[in-house]
Design a protein around this ligand. Sequence first.
Ligand code: URA
Length: 204
Amino acid sequence: TARTALGGNSASSWAALREEATSCTRCPLFKDATRTVFGEGPLDAAMMLVGEQPGDQEDLAGRAFVGPAGQRLDQALRQAGIDRAGLYLTNAVKHFKFERRGKRRIHQSPRAGEVDACRWWIDQERTLVAPRMTVLLGATAVRSVLGPKAGTIASLRGRPIPLAEGGEAWVTVHPSFLLRVREDADGEHERFVADLRGASARLA
Ligand code: URA
């Protein structure tokens, strides 16, 4: 079928892209990070998840969402009945940004200019995968995919947002927010699970 033929081409395009990204110098973040952490998952995934940037553990492992935020995400995906293996998981920014404090590397949010510089990669991933649903985890993902004037998480959250390129976006919080929130932590977790369920239901 056309899909299979296309699959071959997009698989090699994706592999070339990923290889090219290993030596990215589009912004200064490559200097201190261990490696580029590219997106991963089936190229015919119906759903793409977009995070912020790799964390300490992702930077070491070279894989997205394997640290504490990833574990919280995994738990929520299970609760929402979504199989992680069927998703394409990526980040708005592909290098870990941090500040050294002794032996520890403390996460720093990427600047707008870094998100804008890295958009080149996620745009290629989005074109290749062309998901029907793109779940945006937090403000950095929102800026990357919807632009700087899209609005707040609260104003965009929990409803389908049509994308000019095709498909829909669905905005929710970042799982690391769930790890630090004090007030109504269980309720926030449940809202996150409900957002994932809502996004997934659009594909039914
Ligand atoms: N946080 C993210 O946004 N992405 C990861 O891959 C890990 C933590």
